[in-house]
Design a protein around this ligand. Structure first.
Ligand code: SAM
Length: 630
């Protein structure tokens, strides 16, 4: 355990005074120790605060082309090309400046991992292109470099996959880099959830709570990435698909904008990024009930040729979405003031009441590339014999599923505002709203926690079926149902609360592994909790021929090496006991006899902000292991 980490045996620390009694009670119930808020406050101070960005892989296509004006080195490869390299002096100068900082951030001993080719003195351009993963060098034009504080660009040593941090003061929103989609602002812990999932080229991946689409964009990059060395036998010839679902129509619209910007399609101001249509589609629907069969039924197959590239929908789909939009306009206004789970109920109920289960799903975005992948999938499904035992129930299942569940966001450090002086808000002030750029207000937090502003549960939320715990449990359960045997699921939240993380996962495991539940599966499967950053389970005893043990992963989400993933897992394990949340949670939620042995096994991994300098994230990975039939 990190010596600087706060142990649960430390003297009690007070909860921040900006928290109401009800919120503090919630923290106690959820085993959220007060120390984590002090850590969050420390991370928010301007001097230490950093902005995480990842590089859009579509902007890397011209890496090292002639005439490059600047090269920014990404990742933690540690040696720079020597004088015999084909880099111009300007490129070398820029690289050196960035490298100095990258090196100072790299953990000791990292140089051991560098490519032998990089330490060679006889560099040629060809060497660099073949030896260095493309995402380690980013070519930037002068316009993009203007104002970029190269000297303070840093890599993220615990997540070596093209993730950088910039000083908080860098005006990224107004920068060309951001507007052209070269850099995508995204918290490192969020990226870690996708790295844990490990989507690979050619796979079908479901993101069950996708909006605003940051992780979905990363998944789409992975399933459509360039073929890497050793990736010859790819599933479906490399034609993958990323499918996003979100219950909120407004957030699906946000997601669509995020993805369109990410794809550098219309609106890109320069040619730095190659415009591509990614195999990614988004549906409005309730993740607790979503199935891909319903989603396919909601799509307009006949008019595929007339998809409007601007919105990625056919005219019929647009009309359907408009009708949905109109029918929810009034509700939307109410929803803004409502606990999210209650809002979910209000949006979904009319959808489900509208007739068939397919009526509960609407396509919100499906560009040409996604439709092409979908039609391959449809074709495959048609070839499956409907009368096969379990054939219907197991149709349209995914290789991987991400359940980045709705949660209370208490660990979303980037959005927390804890200082009284800057945000003198209290729950008695009913005019308190979410203040753009100033973080989450108490009122907002209260809503996320299903509490009304005076601390009592709102009427809609008092029904136990709308509690966060139930919502998260149902999302996780359905995510698992949509996963094919042998597949991998990641459950994540940005809440510190034991009750939204370990408790949800433990109860889920008991539920799906209960003998009665397993007896209903046509293929005998078992949900097995595996370390988030270990991938060795893939390919063992699974019928997924595409899951090959130690197979290389797609370039845009890979760790630099398996040992880097192992080091990260080790670091997470070492910190598992920090703050005593798990032990405390176990004691509270399990009888003493059961709590003893349970405490020794961490359920999932926690990214502590102080240790990882990022927002908080809880990640648990579940493998749908196929068991030999008796
Ligand atoms: C933590 S956010 C997801 C963030 C997203 N994965 C990303 O990386 O950009 C949770 C999302 O879950 C959605 N949500 C809440 N209840 C849902 C449900 N029943 N089905 C699907 N989505 C739901 C919310 O609208 C919200 O957009």
């Amino acid at each position: 355990m990190n010596e600087s980490a706060v142990s649960h045996t430390s003297p009690p620390v007070q909860y921040p005074s900006t928290f109401s009694d009800e919120l503090i009670e919630h923290c106690r119930q959820g085993c959220i120790p007060p120390e984590v808020f002090a850590d969050a406050r420390a991370l928010l101070t301007e001097e230490v605060r950093r902005r995480y960005v990842r590089v859009n892989p579509r902007c890397l296509t011209q890496v090292l082309d002639d005439g490059a004006e600047g090269v920014l080195r990404l990742g933690t490869l540690s040696s720079l090309p020597d004088d015999s390299s084909p880099l111009t002096s300007e490129e070398r100068q820029l690289g050196c400046e960035a490298q100095l900082h990258l090196r100072s951030e790299s953990p000791s001993g990292h140089a051991k991992n560098e490519s032998p080719m990089l330490s060679s003195s006889a560099f040629t351009k060809a060497h660099i292109i073949t030896a260095v993963p493309k995402s380690t060098l980013l070519r930037l034009g002068v316009a993009h470099l203007t104002g970029l504080p190269l000297a303070s660009v840093q890599s993220v040593p615990w997540l070596p996959c093209g993730v950088l941090t910039l000083p908080w003061s860098y005006p990224i929103g107004g920068s060309l880099l951001f507007r052209d989609g070269v850099l995508v602002a995204m918290d490192a812990a969020s990226i870690a959830a996708v790295v844990a999932l490990r989507p690979r080229r050619g796979e079908r991946v479901l993101d069950l709570c996708c909006a605003p689409g940051m992780k979905l964009g990363l998944i789409a990059d992975a399933v459509s990435s360039q073929e890497g060395e050793g990736e010859k036998d790819l599933p479906r010839g490399g034609r993958g698909l990323a499918v996003g679902v979100d219950v909120s129509l407004l957030r699906v619209y946000m997601c669509r904008s995020t993805l369109k910007k990410h794809q550098c399609g219309t609106g890109a101001r320069t040619s730095s990024c190659a415009a591509t249509s990614l195999p990614v589609c988004v549906f409005v629907g309730d993740g607790r009930y979503f199935t891909m069969a319903d989603a396919m039924a909601s799509m307009d197959e006949a008019e595929t040729a007339t998809v409007d590239v601007g919105v990625g929908l056919t005219a019929r789909e647009r009309r359907a979405l408009r009708r949905l939009s109109e029918s929810t306009t009034k509700r939307r206004r109410c929803d803004a003031d409502m606990a999210p789970a209650a809002a979910v109920q209000r949006l979904v109920s009319p959808l489900r009441a509208s007739g068939s289960s397919a009526g509960a799903v609407h396509v919100g975005y499906a560009p040409a590339e996604a439709r092409a992948s979908l039609s391959v999938w449809r074709q495959e499904e048609e070839n499956i014999e409907a009368h096969e035992q379990g054939g219907v129930a197991e149709k349209c299942l995914f290789d991987r599923v991400l359940v980045d569940a709705e949660c209370s966001h208490d660990g979303s450090v980037a959005h927390l505002q804890l200082e009284d002086s800057k945000a003198p808000l209290d729950i008695g002030n009913s005019s308190a709203v979410i203040e753009k750029g100033r973080g989450l207000t108490n009122k907002y937090r209260m809503q996320r926690l299903n509490l009304s502003v005076d601390g009592t549960p709102p009427a809609e939320a008092s029904d136990s079926s709308s509690s966060l715990f139930d919502l998260q449990s149902e999302l996780l359960y359905n995510g698992y149902q949509q996963l094919k045997p042998g597949g991998t699921l990641v459950y994540s939240t940005c809440s510190y609360a034991f009750s939204q993380n370990e408790l949800v996962v433990r109860r889920f495991l008991s539920r799906v592994n209960a003998p009665a539940a397993r007896a209903t599966n046509s293929v005998k499967v078992k949900a097995v909790l595996v370390p988030a950053f270990s991938y060795t389970h893939e390919g063992r005893g699974t019928p997924n021929r595409e899951c090959v043990e130690n197979a290389p992963v797609s370039s845009c989400v890979r760790m630099e090496s398996e040992s880097a993933a192992e080091a990260l897992q080790q670091q997470l394990n070492d910190h598992a006991a920090d703050y005593g949340v798990v032990e405390e949670g176990m004691r509270r939620h399990y009888p003493p006899a059961e709590a003893g042995p349970l405490t020794s096994t961490p359920v999932g991994s926690r990214f502590w902000p102080r240790t990882f300098s990022s927002s908080f994230l809880y990640v648990a990975k579940v493998w749908k292991k196929v068991e030999a039939s008796d």
